[in-house]
Every structure is written in structure tokens, then in C-alpha cells.
Write a protein that binds this ligand. Structure first.
Ligand code: BDP
Length: 710
């Protein structure tokens, strides 16, 4: 018996230490520095908290959890101020003068907070709402987790973007479209009666980074989610998320009035259809009074929509917007549209369809635009719609799940990609009209604004499959709160909280994170190549594929390799997609000799012997890029191997194995692409580079009928 107990005890200890990634960036590990420990303990010993809403309850729970973990000390909560070092409550002004000189409480809105030090002894977290306080507490905890001093605060923080959302592409049967981390975390079968602890931890994680909404369902929508039984399930989730400031949203299937409503049409101008949506929306709000609204994919990739009735996107969006307006809900109408019946360059189609509709959308509609004009590629120029629809609030859609960036196995930190897009200048109102200013509403004076990330979350124990993919979820939250944060700053925070405060580890791991996206571009889609993944599942290279029914689903459509050269001519001599940008923006890409070569083959069809800035020919440069990408993955492997003593064994091994896969796949990409493009360039790969271990036939013959996420 004793032995059994001992075994159980050892097991409990070991499993408590096991780092499987479930705790994300909220691990609350013991603070090692004695000095910091003393000051943190003093601060959290007794905390005065005013208010007793559900939000205040979860705020206290979080403080308790963090304090017990980091400081091995419980928190005593009181409502009296005098002896507490930390005061938390709405509109506390211990020091009214200091507050007003600090932009004041008035400017931080419904979600912002301030943290200030009063009389050198008290720390005050205050806000206009309890949610603001919760964000303030998470901010304070982040400072402690990353070992910052807590003696002197003067922080004012408010989100730059109003709707900070995750988009789950999750289906009724728990598969996740383009999901690489297991099944959906929503267990529709056991909802509403069973509340998985994951739902609560999901809410905590999101609140800790400022995410305030979640679209629960796939954009390729299923009308069943709008039936009574499923709305009860959605309500159960909404109830869990509410204290954390998170609203739920759904995707609306445009043909729902026919599929579940028994109507003969879904024409947005038909009275019965309009009434059906009004009734449905009223039903939703009776269950979920703070329901956020709908995301809609319509007339895109076979989805139903208003154009089925010769109506416009605006007709469709406004019909829903009018029905939801009395409840203050919003409609996020996606601009991801293209049609095989339109012979024009796919790059141009969204712009062609949406720009004429600018100003025609109701005031509670946002048009949701992917960051680039084609589709979540490793690198794309910014979408030409940004800056082209000043009378419509445009929101950003990024993809966290790495559909086209190595899926579940490649180490790719996406903040540099997000920042590259946000910092791009549209020139729509002169220099400095960045994409960030378009989407935060400041450029064109919009009062609603949004940023969404297509979720990379699934049922895997560590949520995202690849431990480093958690950083992409984290980065979306942090950047939608404040896009001025640098990719480096975000990486550093995340690493310290998720792995370790060890300076050498943070420095090495940060190097890997910051280089990782460029490395993937090199071994996958260098020099502006795009959409040359195998079709359907998008796993691995498939530049040779040309037999799909829709031309724009074929990689050959995008790279256009021939004996003369390679690349898509989108200048005036080609599709002229360039003309959709303001001339100042287009200028940077128009000339094959001056263009930033990162975008070269995106905009130009270039001869194989064209001289690049490096002095190499285009063919040599392509060979160099692919090989350098592979070498750089090997560099990542080496750098990671040095971290063994610095991180827990489980995640160390996990990442080691994943980097091995990434290395093999980078080699696969390089070999397949160079062998294939070489059939056009008719030039050999320079002898100094590694020889491919198979011929082109071998690579063309690989098939993956069960690749995930499809
Ligand atoms: C594509 C995905 C597809 C999505 C589509 C979308 O391959 O699964 O449904 O985007 O965003 O990239 O609607």
C-alpha cells in the first residue's frame, strides 16, 4: 500500500512538472529572483478589489492562481483601501491630478485601463469597466511573468482596434477546415450541459491578450448551427465567455431560410426572407443578449449568396445588417471572392466587385479583407482593397493556422508577416496612409474597426499542435490591441512567459522566431512565387499541377514558367493588377529592375538570365534562395539543440522532432521546385549545391490523400 502511495505521489509530482504546453503563456512558474519575489509578494499580499461582478470574480481567481504559482502565497482580498498595496476598481482616483494629467480615464474607453503608482506605496489599476480592470490585471501579471519591476507605474493602455477576433473554421462534426491541431475544441455533442474546462481556459487565454470575440463556426457555413438545439449550445459557450469580455459570433449560411426555414428563396430583397432573418436574429438575442453578429462568406468558392438572385454583396450584407441593427450586432462580410467564370487575374476580382459598392453598406457592416489579394501566401503584397474603400470600414483577416506555411509541423512566427502588411503604405490619403490606419478606422474616420485571425486552435493538448504556433495566436491578440508593438517585443514577452526568462535562451529562441518566416519563404515561395502548393490539401510542393477544372486552382496559373522565364506579369503589359494600387504604391513594384525582389515574380514575368541585385542570374538566384532556405532550417536545428538544458524535456523533444520534419520538407520543396523549374530554364543547379536525392517523377508521384485539414 505504502509503495503504491509513493508511486502515486511521484507520479503526481512528475505530472505537475510535465510541460505539455496546455498552460500556454499562463504558466505562473515560481519567480526565482529573491529581490523581485520580495517586491511581488508585497504587492499581491493584500489586494483591495471593488465590485463583485462575474468579471471581478474571474479577475480575483486569476490573481490567486498567479500568486500561488509565482509567489507561493495566497492573496487576501479586501474592500478596504488603506493597507492594501494594490487597489483595483473602476474609476478609482486616488490621485485625481495625476490621473487627469495622464490622459485620464475618459480617454481609455470601455476596454482600456491605467496602472499608476500613488504616493510611492500603492499601485492602482483602474478603468471605466470591469473588463478594463481584467485587462489591467493581465497586463500586471505579464509584467511580473517577464520579470519587470513593479515599483513605479504610469501606464495608460487602450486597444487600437475594436473587434479583436478569432475565426474558427470549425465544423459540426468537429473537423476543422485547415486545422492541424486535432479536432475542434467545441464539443457540440456534449454541449450545452457539459462545460469542458478547456472553454474556460480558452477564455482566460484570450482575455489575457485582449481578444474580445470569437466566431465559432466555419466560413463555409452550415445552417444547422442556426437551429434551436444548436443555439442553446452556442448560448452555453457565450455564458462561459461573457465574464472574460468575449462575445460569440456565428457564420451565417446565406441559404439558411431555405435549408432550415422552408422558404423557396433566399433573395435578400424578398419580404419573407427578410422577416425570416429578423425572427431568427430575435431568437438568438433572446438567448444571448450580447451576441456579436455574423461573419458571412457569400458567392465565393461555391457558397450561396445574393448574386444567386442578381443582387449585390451590399444587398445581402444590408439585409442581415438591418435585421441585427436593433440589437447592436454587426455583420462582417468577407471580400474573399473570385470566380472561374471571370477570365481576369484572380488578384483583381475582389477589388473589381467591391470597390463599386463603397459607401453602399449599412453602418454596422464591416468588409473583412484577407491581408493579400490571392490567399494567405507566405508573402503577398497588401490587398489593393485597403485604401480603396474609404467609405466602408474594412477589417483585417489574417490566418493563424498555417495552411500555406508548413501547416502543423513548420516553425513559423507570423508577427513579422502581420507587421509587414500593417506597415504597408496604401498612399490612399498621401504618404503614411498605412494599412494599419485603414483598419483601425483612423484614416477615414470610422467608428468600428476589426482584426480577425483564422484560428490555429484544436483539441491537441498544447492547443496549436506546434508549440511555437501558440505565439501566432498570442501575436494576433497583442497586435490587435496595439499594432505598434514590434514583432521582437511580442516574441520576447511570449518566450519569457511560455518557456523561460533565461537571457541566453530568450536571445537564441527570439533569433529563430524572427528569422523563421523569411526562411520558410526562401525554401517554399522565394522571390514572389506563390500558390505553388499541391492542390486541395495544400501540403507540399505541386508547381507542376495544371489539370484542375478551375484555372486559378492550378499552380501553373500562378508561376507561369516557360522557356523564356517565370512569374506573373501584373504590370500594364500583363493583367495590370498594379493599376488597382495608388500610383505611389504601384511605383515601387512597376519596374523589373528596381522592384524589391521579394515581390519580383508576383508582378513580373522575368527571363531566366535576368541579372539580379546580387549579380546572379534569376535562375542562379532561385537556386541560391531554395538552398539558403534549407541551410537556414539546419541553422535553426543547431540553435535549438543548444537549448536542451534550458527547456523542459517534453517540449524540447517535441520541437526537435518537428524541426527534423521541417528540414526534410524544406529539402523536398527545394528539390521538387528546382527540378521542375529547371525543365524550363534548361540550366543546371550550380555544382556547389546539394544534389536532389530523387528525380522529378518521384516528386510528382507523391500523393497524400489523407493530408489533414482538407
Ligand atoms: C482558402 C482555404 C479554404 C477556405 C477559403 C476561405 O483553402 O479552405 O474556405 O480560403 O477563406 O484559403 O474562405
Amino acid at each position: 500500500m505504502k509503495r503504491l502511495l509513493a508511486i502515486v505521489f511521484v507520479f503526481i509530482i512528475l505530472s505537475a512538472q510535465a510541460e505539455n504546453g496546455y498552460d500556454l503563456w499562463m504558466r505562473y512558474k515560481p519567480v526565482e529572483s529573491k529581490l523581485l519575489l520580495t517586491s511581488y509578494r508585497l504587492l499581491l499580499k493584500q489586494v483591495s478589489v471593488r465590485g463583485n461582478s462575474e468579471t471581478m470574480r474571474v479577475l480575483k481567481e486569476e490573481l490567486m492562481k498567479a500568486s500561488e504559482g509565482m509567489l507561493q502565497q495566497p492573496v487576501t482580498f479586501t474592500t478596504v483601501n488603506s493597507t492594501s498595496r494594490l487597489l483595483i476598481g473602476t474609476r478609482i482616483s486616488q490621485d485625481a491630478k495625476a490621473l487627469s494629467s495622464r490622459d485620464s480615464i475618459h480617454e481609455i474607453g470601455d476596454e482600456g485601463f491605467t496602472i499608476y503608482t500613488h504616493n510611492r506605496t500603492q499601485t492602482v489599476i483602474t478603468a471605466n469597466t470591469d473588463i478594463g480592470l481584467l485587462y489591467g490585471v493581465f497586463h500586471l501579471l505579464r509584467l511580473m511573468q517577464t520579470q519587470q519591476p513593479v515599483e513605479q507605474f504610469n501606464i495608460v493602455s487602450a486597444p487600437r482596434i475594436k473587434l479583436r477576433l478569432l475565426n474558427h473554421w470549425d465544423n459540426l462534426n468537429r473537423t476543422v477546415e485547415r486545422g492541424y491541431a486535432g479536432f475542434s475544441i467545441w464539443n457540440w455533442h456534449t454541449l450545452p450541459a457539459y462545460i469542458d474546462q478547456r472553454y474556460i481556459d480558452y477564455a482566460r487565454a484570450n482575455a489575457s491578450i485582449g481578444i474580445n470575440g470569437t466566431v465559432l463556426t466555419n466560413v463555409n457555413a452550415n445552417a444547422t448551427f442556426l437551429t434551436k438545439a444548436y443555439l442553446e449550445k452556442v448560448k452555453a459557450l457565450a455564458d462561459v465567455f461573457r465574464p472574460y469580455g468575449i462575445k460569440v459570433y456565428l457564420t451565417a449560411r446565406f441559404s439558411a431560410p431555405m435549408e432550415i426555414g422552408g422558404l423557396k428563396t433566399a433573395d435578400p430583397l424578398n419580404e419573407e426572407v427578410r422577416q425570416w432573418w429578423k425572427d431568427k436574429i430575435n431568437e438568438i438575442y433572446a438567448l444571448i443578449p450580447d451576441f456579436g453578429g455574423f461573419t458571412v462568406k457569400a458567392n465565393s468558392e461555391g457558397q450561396p449568396g445574393p448574386q444567386d438572385y442578381q443582387r449585390t454583396h451590399a444587398d445581402g450584407a444590408n439585409m442581415l445588417a438591418d435585421a441585427i441593427a436593433p440589437h447592436k450586432g454587426i455583420i462582417m462580410w468577407r471580400a474573399f471572392v473570385y470566380s472561374h467564370e471571370v477570365p481576369d487575374d484572380r488578384h483583381k476580382q475582389a477589388w473589381n466587385e467591391f470597390v463599386p459598392l463603397d459607401g453602399k453598406f449599412s453602418s454596422n457592416v464591416l468588409v473583412q479583407v484577407k491581408n493579400g489579394a490571392i490567399d494567405f501566401m507566405p508573402r503577398e503584397p497588401f490587398h489593393p482593397l485597403f485604401g480603396a474603400m474609404p467609405n466602408t470600414p474594412l477589417m483585417m483577416e489574417f490566418q493563424l493556422t498555417q495552411e500555406y506555411l508548413g501547416q502543423g509541423t513548420h516553425f513559423v512566427y507570423l508577427a513579422p508577416l502581420f507587421k509587414e502588411v500593417l506597415n504597408s503604405d496604401t498612399y490612399s490619403k498621401g504618404k503614411g496612409s498605412t494599412v494599419a490606419k485603414v483598419i483601425d478606422g483612423s484614416l477615414d474616420n470610422h467608428s468600428i474597426s476589426g482584426m480577425a485571425g483564422v484560428s490555429n486552435i484544436g483539441s491537441d493538448i498544447d492547443w496549436t499542435g506546434h508549440p511555437f504556433a501558440q505565439a501566432n495566436w498570442y501575436a494576433l491578440g497583442r497586435l490587435s490591441w496595439d499594432y505598434h508593438l514590434s514583432a521582437e517585443q511580442i516574441a520576447e514577452e511570449w518566450l519569457r512567459m511560455t518557456f523561460s526568462n533565461d537571457a541566453a535562451f530568450v536571445s537564441d529562441a527570439k533569433k529563430m522566431m524572427l528569422a523563421s518566416r523569411e526562411i520558410l519563404v526562401q525554401y517554399m515561395n522565394p522571390l514572389g512565387l506563390h500558390h505553388i502548393m499541391a492542390t486541395g490539401h495544400h501540403y507540399g510542393p505541386g508547381p507542376w499541377i495544371s489539370n484542375l477544372s478551375r484555372p486559378e486552382w492550378n499552380p501553373t496559373y500562378y508561376h507561369r514558367a516557360d522557356f523564356a522565364g517565370i512569374g506573373f506579369d501584373r504590370t500594364a503589359t500583363g493583367s495590370n493588377a498594379l493599376a488597382q494600387y495608388k500610383p505611389e504604391a504601384a511605383k515601387a513594384w512597376a519596374d523589373v529592375n528596381t522592384i524589391d525582389e521579394k515581390y519580383l515574380l508576383w508582378f513580373h514575368h522575368v527571363g531566366w538570365t535576368h541579372t539580379m541585385k546580387s549579380g546572379r542570374t534569376l535562375w542562379e538566384e532561385l537556386c541560391y534562395q531554395y538552398n539558403n532556405g534549407v541551410d537556414s532550417v539546419r541553422w535553426m536545428q543547431q540553435l535549438w539543440s543548444k537549448q536542451k538544458a534550458k527547456v523542459d524535456d517534453q517540449r524540447y523533444r517535441q520541437i526537435t522532432m518537428l524541426l527534423n520534419i521541417q528540414q526534410q520538407e524544406a529539402v523536398w520543396w527545394r528539390n521538387a521546385c528546382l527540378l521542375y523549374f529547371g525543365t524550363f530554364s534548361k540550366m543546371p543547379v550550380p555544382a556547389k549545391y546539394e544534389k536532389p536525392d530523387h528525380d522529378l517523377n518521384y516528386y510528382e508521384g507523391l500523393s497524400f490523400p489523407n493530408a489533414p485539414g482538407n
